[in-house]
Design a protein around this ligand. Sequence first.
Ligand code: SF4
Length: 494
Amino acid sequence: MPRTYFVRTFGCQMNEHDSGRAAGLLETLGYRRAATADDADLILLNTCAVRENADNRLYGTLGHLKGLKDQRRATGDDLTIVVGGCLAQKDGATVAEKAPWVDVVYGTHNLPDLPQLLAQVDSAAIPVVELVEQLETFPSALPAKREVRHHAWVSISVGCNNACTFCIVPSLRGPERSRPVEDIVTEIERLVADEVIEVTLLGQNVNSYGRDLFGASRFAELLRTLGDVDGLERLRFTSPHPRDFTEEVLQAMADTPAVMPHLHLPLQSGSDRVLRLMRRSYRTRRYLNLVARTRELLPAAALTTDIIVGFPGETEQDFQATLDVVEQVRFDQAFTFQYSPRPGTPAAALTAEFVPPEVVAARYQRLEPRVRAHSRERHQALVGTTQELLIESPSKTDPSRWSGRTPGNHLVHLPAAPLTPGRAPVYAPGDLVTVAIVEAATNYAIGSAPIAVRRTRPGAAAADALARGEGWARPADAPVTPGTVRVPLPVLVP
Ligand code: SF4
């Protein structure tokens, strides 16, 4: 029987991506994915240091896993426990001291070493710990396990050269290191050959990509180069920094059809005074100019953002400035956070400036209805348009509906239609389906029955998806537009 693994991910998309790579590495070692942690021979916790009480949560989880490991040992079995990610990088030796039943602790730059570290476990009586401060070479050749077949995350850089005072990333992920263009292109071509049609480029500050390699950012060129990869339908990226966002990047977005019209542009605060305290090196005027230029060059672009409420020292006037910017921009979606100190960050030391929690909560309550109203308004603006959706899966809350994403990344639910054995083409995750938008809500829109389908994967893969219960039939009366790709129908057994 092959050994099995379970990966639990805490934190951000960068960690999700690293978890996919860890899973890929484990599978090359012969491990198979377990359905639950209780069924696994190896449990990997990919940790995050950003969330509040992250260390307490980690030690709580490790305490639980000790019980599981003891039970296994009592029956002559074993459980391998691995801790990786940002908190492992920050607390490495402490993790091994506080939880000596852990087998491996590895830092944010040591993921490629995981196989060697696991190989040392049997001979080591104590946790095997591997942490380096900086990335030496970019781990471009790591295999990655994808959550869905049609989408992949691709790292273009790691680390960050900024020093935002609320953020722990620079001290944990080190200075920015860009990955060579050829490596990125090769990985994306390989992914496209393996049925990926949408790629999201990942970096802490994507638009400074290449500064360490070429002396200047080459992000705009990278977008144009990747836009030429045959078969790549949708290209996204996250996250840009408003300071480094250039006209060239906007032009590249406008000129490159594969680059989707969606910009996630973290605002953090609408007050220049607070931006200075945060050490965010742009000002509100620059941010608003960038928004205006985006809307000129990419009129259909969706704009999303992150906002922190109650940063230390934020006054009522500062908060009002944030409300004013939010009112002007009217974001498609805003991720709003109440400030809470992250140990190890400069802002966490500004205790005398902390805004009382009840004031932070009250401001947050004033901001939330505004961003929700704007979201609704932006979704409402889609009503009456036709949109090509990348089909994801059945809706998480209502399995009678399916969900897809517009080019602007808006979530759209489609009414499910019954399968029509032997007649209708099957829609599967990864297909591109055109619908008319007929209704809007705050966080999603509703699409009509499909108008057209573009099958993006071979018929066999679609049939496999159907066999797994992921298929979806075109209603018999839905017209099919010219250019629609028809595939041989799978034989269905009613
Ligand atoms: S740009 Fe600022 S918030 Fe983003 S990772 Fe770098 S330091 Fe953190």
